[in-house]
Design a protein around this ligand. Structure first.
Ligand code: ADP
Length: 641
C-alpha cells in the first residue's frame, strides 16, 4: 500500500457512487440499529447468506444471519455499543466452519459490521491493517431514528406508569429497560440494570437458577417463569417475586422484544412456607410419638456396622439394657440376638442393602439378665450415605406364650388319650377273638367297625403327638437300612386292601437302599397315598412311580382329584393348614399330615414338592438321598447283605 496520502473530493455527481460503494466492499457489510435490526446489507452480505435484500432489512440480525453468529460476536457487539470504540473479533463460523474476521464500528443510532471470510485465522495485523494506510473516501452515514426513539419513549412512559415491576429485553437476552417502579424498588438506575446488571439485585442463592431459566427461554424463544428473591434497595431485605417474561413477535414470528414482569408473592410464599413447616412439625411429632411409644422398640445402627447407636425407651424396657450401655456403644447385634437367629439376621441385613427393607421375622433377643425375649423384627434403610438402618422390635412373647400353651395342651391331651385308647383297642380285639372262639358271631361286625374307628382315632392322636414332638424337637428317628421298593409294595398292598374300590398302580423300582427310619418313611408314603384317595372323591386311580438317579431315590404319588390352587401350594405344608373350599368341607382332617410328612422328609435330607392343577389332580414328589454301600440290592430288588 502506498505511503502517499491521497484525498479525493466527493462531489454531488458522485452520490450514486457513494450509494453503491458498500456493494464494492470485500465481504459482507451490515448496518444495524440499536435493536440489532438490519437497516442495510450490501450485495456480498446477501450473497453470503443467500437471502434477498427484503428478507434481511428490517429484520433482527441474530435471526437472519446464522452463518455469522457466535457468542464472541455477541460480546463484541455489546462492547462496541458500550465503549463506542472500533472493535475487532475473529472466530469460526458455526455453519461453514470458515474463519470470520469481523470489524465493528459504532455509528449514530447503531453500528456497522464488516465480515471477511478465510480458511485460516489471520495474524492481527492482517485482519485490519494497523498503522498508516490509504484512505480513499471518508464515508459518514446517519439514519433518522427519531420516529423510533419517540415510539420507544412513549412505550417507556406507559410502562413507567404501571405500578408493577416491568422490564423489557432484546431477543438476544440483553435487558434494555426497567420501569420506574422496578428502579424505585431495587434502587438501581436504568444503566446499572442494563445487560446482566439486573442480576445484582437477585438473591445470590437464586441467581444461577434464574439466569439459566432466562437463557433457556431466550434460546428457545419460549415464555419464561421463575420464582426469585429481589433485594429492596432501601432496606436491603429480600422479598419473593414471580418473574414472568413473554416474547413479542412480528408477523413472521420473529421475536421483537421480551416484556417481563415481577409480581410480589411474598405473602403466598410465607403462607406456603408456614404450611410446610407445620406439616414437618406434625410429622416430627408423629415420629416422636412413635419413638416414645411403649409398644414398639426402636434401634438404629449402621447397616454394615455391629453397634447399636440409638435405642428408644420401649426397647430398653423390653430388654433391660440401660441408656448408658447404648451411649457407650457396648450393645452389639451379636450380643442382643440369640446365636441360632444369626443367619436370619444376616439375611435380613442383606435384604435391607438390596431392597431398602426386610421382611419381618420372628427371633429371640437376649436380655440383659440372660433371659430370652420372643420378638418380631422389621428393619428399613434410613439413609444411604453412610448407610443407616432402623429396626422395629415388637414384643411377641404374649403370642408365643399362648402358642406354647396351646402346644402344651395338644401334647398333654394326646398323651392322656393315647393310653386309654390303646387299652380300649386291645380290649375290643380280645373280646372279638374270645367271642369268635365261643362261636358267638352276631357281635363280630359291630366289633370290627369299632376296631376300625379306634384305629383311626389312635392314628390321629399319634399324629398330634408327633406334631408336639416336632415342635419340641423330640421326634425320634431310627437309623436303619430301608429298601424303598419293599416298603412301597407293602404299603400299597395294605392300602389297596383297606380301599378295594380304588386302583393303586405301582410302577418302576428304586433298586437301591436308603438309611433312615423305616416306620417314619412308611408314615410319609401312607399319608400321601391316603390324601390322594381322600382328595379324589370322583376318580379311582392313584399312581405311584419309583425311580433312582445317581444321588436320589424319587417317589411320585399322583392322583386325578381336586387339585390345589396355586396360591395355597406353599402353605399346605404348614401346621394346621387346610385348603378352604366348599368341595373339601365334608372331607375330614386336621391339617397336620403334610406338616409331619415334610418334617420327616427334611430330617432324612430329602425334599418334597407338589405339582397340581385345580380339577385335574396333584403330584407329590419326594426325593431322598441315596446312601451307596449302606446296603446292596440285587437286580430283583432283594437285599444281599
Ligand atoms: P388334612 O388333614 O387336611 O388332609 P394335610 O396336611 O394332609 O391335612 O393336607 C393339608 C391340605 O392340603 C388339605 O387340607 C388339602 O386341602 C390339601 N391336600 C393335601 N393332599 C392333597 C391332594 N392329594 N389333593 C388335593 N389337596 C390335597
Amino acid at each position: 500500500m502506498s505511503k502517499t496520502k491521497q484525498t479525493k473530493r466527493v462531489t454531488p455527481a458522485s452520490r450514486d457512487t457513494l450509494r453503491t460503494m458498500p456493494d464494492t466492499l470485500p465481504g459482507a457489510f451490515f448496518v444495524l440499529d440499536h435493536a440489532d435490526t438490519i437497516v442495510y446489507a450490501n450485495a456480498s452480505a446477501q450473497a453470503m447468506l443467500g437471502t434477498p435484500p427484503k428478507a434481511l432489512c428490517e429484520n433482527n440480525f441474530w435471526h437472519c444471519a446464522p452463518h455469522l453468529v457466535s457468542p464472541m460476536l455477541h460480546q463484541a457487539v455489546r462492547q462496541t455499543k458500550q465503549t463506542r470504540a472500533l472493535t475487532e473479533v475473529q472466530y469460526v463460523s458455526p455453519i461453514t466452519q470458515n474463519w470470520l474476521h469481523v470489524h465493528l464500528a459504532p455509528m449514530v443510532g447503531g453500528l456497522t459490521l464488516q465480515f471477511h471470510e478465510a480458511s485460516a485465522p489471520a495474524r492481527p495485523q492482517e485482519v485490519f491493517p494497523q498503522g498508516e494506510h490509504l484512505c480513499a473516501y471518508l464515508a459518514m452515514t446517519g439514519i433518522d431514528i427519531t420516529a423510533r426513539k419517540r415510539a420507544e419513549a412513549a412505550i417507556h412512559t406507559l410502562i413507567d406508569a404501571i405500578p408493577q415491576l416491568v422490564w423489557t429485553g432484546r431477543p438476544d437476552g440483553y435487558i434494555n429497560y426497567c420501569n420506574q417502579r422496578w428502579r424505585d424498588y431495587t434502587g438501581m438506575s436504568a444503566e446499572q440494570a442494563q445487560g446482566n446488571g439486573w442480576m445484582q439485585c437477585i438473591h445470590p442463592e437464586d441467581r444461577q437458577r434464574v439466569l439459566a431459566v432466562w437463557q433457556r427461554a431466550v434460546q428457545t424463544g419460549q415464555l419464561c417463569e421463575a420464582e426469585q428473591r429481589l433485594r429492596q434497595g432501601t432496606t436491603g431485605a429480600y422479598r419473593w417475586f414471580l418473574m414472568q417474561a413473554t416474547p413479542y413477535k412480528d408477523g413472521q414470528g420473529t421475536i421483537l422484544t421480551y416484556i417481563g414482569t415481577c409480581t410480589d408473592i411474598q405473602e403466598q410464599k410465607r403462607v406456603e412456607q408456614k404450611r410446610i413447616a407445620d406439616a414437618l412439625h406434625q410429622s416430627q411429632e408423629l415420629i416422636h410419638a412413635l419413638i416414645d411409644s411403649n409398644i414398639i422398640g426402636i434401634t438404629s445402627s449402621a447397616v454394615e456396622g455391629e453397634v447399636l447407636v440409638e435405642a428408644n425407651e420401649a426397647f430398653l424396657r423390653m430388654t433391660g439394657y440401660s441408656r448408658e450401655e447404648v451411649r457407650s456403644r457396648t450393645l452389639t447385634r451379636a450380643r442382643i440376638t440369640a446365636p441360632e437367629d444369626a443367619p436370619l439376621l444376616a439375611r435380613a441385613i442383606q435384604e435391607v442393602i438390596t431392597h431398602g427393607q426386610h421382611t419381618p421375622f420372628e427371633a429371640e433377643l437376649v436380655c440383659k439378665d440372660g433371659s430370652r425375649l420372643s420378638v418380631l423384627l422389621g428393619g428399613v434403610l434410613l439413609q444411604e450415605q453412610p448407610r443407616q438402618m432402623v429396626a422395629f422390635v415388637l414384643d411377641n412373647s404374649a403370642r408365643k406364650e399362648l402358642e406354647q400353651r396351646k402346644d402344651d395342651f395338644i401334647s398333654m391331651a394326646s398323651h392322656e388319650l393315647k393310653t386309654p385308647l390303646t387299652a380300649l383297642k386291645m380290649q375290643a380285639s380280645l373280646l372279638h377273638r374270645q367271642l369268635a372262639r365261643q362261636g358267638i358271631l352276631q357281635a363280630a361286625p359291630a366289633l370290627s367297625s369299632m376296631e376300625a374307628q379306634l384305629n383311626k382315632v389312635i392314628r390321629l392322636v399319634g399324629e398330634l403327638l408327633d406334631v408336639s414332638k416336632i415342635q419340641a424337637g423330640r421326634l425320634e428317628y431310627a437309623q436303619e437300612p430301608v429298601d424303598p421298593d419293599a416298603l412301597l409294595r407293602e404299603i400299597a398292598e395294605t392300602m389297596q386292601h383297606t380301599s378295594p374300590s380304588r386302583t393303586l398302580v405301582v410302577r418302576g423300582a428304586a433298586q437301591t437302599c436308603l438309611i433312615g427310619d423305616r416306620d417314619r418313611l412308611g408314615q410319609v408314603f401312607t399319608n400321601l397315598i391316603s390324601n390322594a384317595f381322600k382328595y379324589s372323591p370322583d376318580t379311582e386311580t392313584v399312581e405311584i412311580d419309583l425311580a433312582t438317579s445317581e444321588d436320589v431315590v424319587m417317589v411320585r404319588v399322583r392322583d386325578y382329584g381336586l387339585g390345589i390352587p396355586q396360591e395355597q401350594r406353599d402353605k399346605i405344608f404348614d401346621r394346621f393348614y387346610r385348603v378352604a373350599d366348599p368341595k373339601r368341607k365334608a372331607i375330614p382332617g386336621l391339617g397336620i399330615g403334610l406338616y409331619i410328612v415334610a418334617e420327616i422328609v427334611k430330617h432324612h435330607g430329602g425334599t418334597i414338592t407338589v405339582d397340581s392343577a385345580v380339577g385335574k389332580g396333584s403330584t407329590f414328589t419326594v426325593t431322598l438321598p441315596r446312601t451307596r454301600d449302606a446296603c446292596a440290592v440285587d437286580a430283583r430288588g432283594e437285599r444281599v447283605n
